[in-house]
Write a protein that binds this ligand. Structure first.
Ligand code: C5P
Length: 236
């Protein structure tokens, strides 16, 4: 897959117009745009139709985690919206993931979204896990969630770059890895909350299939030229 096709831009904004302007500016370079809780809560499902109308694909990152029946219903609705990819939490358990898989597979049209399970958020450290009563070493926990996600019929997982290699080794090359917390080199971001972030070079070497770019791109002085330069650099 070419470098630019691996990129996903996180539209973490509240204003619909602002988000759509960014889609318009980046559309020549990148096709997948991530709609998360902030934008979806403010704009609702119409934002997905708007991005589609502009020619983009949507990664709906609402990280569903609820009882199996509720998550299955939400996944069915997300499918109907024609999203490219969507997330649920592996922590929701095997039954919940299987229910989500079934809901998506029942969809009649040819296009089915990629169903991706979040393992351990990249903002979590081992200490954060201990604070909520999880004592397994972080890497072991991520791998356990990834294996459970594969058993539950997921197409792949979200994890940090640090865990990507071992997941690919354990679950196979075809099991997709989506890596958020990507930092464009030497670029510090305001209010950094990610504990397991990585640069692009390391992300590519880890074998991750998709890289999510958020604040490290959008907080740059000129995000469009930075992205253009980055794509040129890693495509040559
Ligand atoms: O701005 P930053 O690059 O940290 O953005 C990362 C994006 O990826 C955010 O939208 C965040 O919700 C999302 N994400 C994450 N960690 C995960 C899953 C998704 O940071 N495990």
């Amino acid at each position: 897959m070419s470098f630019s096709k691996k990129l996903i831009l996180a539209l973490d904004f509240s204003e619909v117009q602002e988000a759509l302007q960014w889609v318009d500016r980046f559309m020549d370079f990148v096709k997948i745009f991530k709609v998360g809780k902030q934008l979806f809560t403010s704009a609702g499902p119409q934002i997905i139709r708007d991005i589609h109308r502009q020619g983009g694909q949507v990664f709906l990152d609402l990280k569903y985690h609820d009882i199996p029946n509720t998550v299955a219903g939400a996944c069915r609705e997300a499918s109907e919206l024609g999203v490219f990819m969507l997330t649920i939490h592996a922590m929701g358990g095997l039954e919940m993931m299987q229910a989500a898989r079934e809901a998506i597979d029942q969809r009649s049209s040819q296009h089915k979204p990629l169903l991706i399970a979040v393992t351990v958020l990249t903002s979590f450290s081992e200490q954060n896990l201990k604070d909520i009563g999880i004592v397994l070493p972080l890497k072991q926990l991520v791998l356990q969630y990834a294996k459970l996600a594969q058993k539950g019929g997921m197409d792949g997982v979200v994890c940090s770059v640090q865990e990507a290699k071992s997941i690919k080794k354990e679950c196979g090359e075809k099991f997709l890895v989506v890596a958020p917390g990507i930092r464009l080199e030497e670029r510090k971001i305001l209010k950094e909350d990610q504990k397991r972030s990585s640069g692009i070079e390391a992300a590519l070497q880890s074998g991750a299939d998709f890289l999510v770019l958020g604040r490290s791109l959008f907080q740059a002085k000129n995000p469009v030229s930075l992205l253009k330069q980055t794509i040129e650099h890693y495509s040559s």
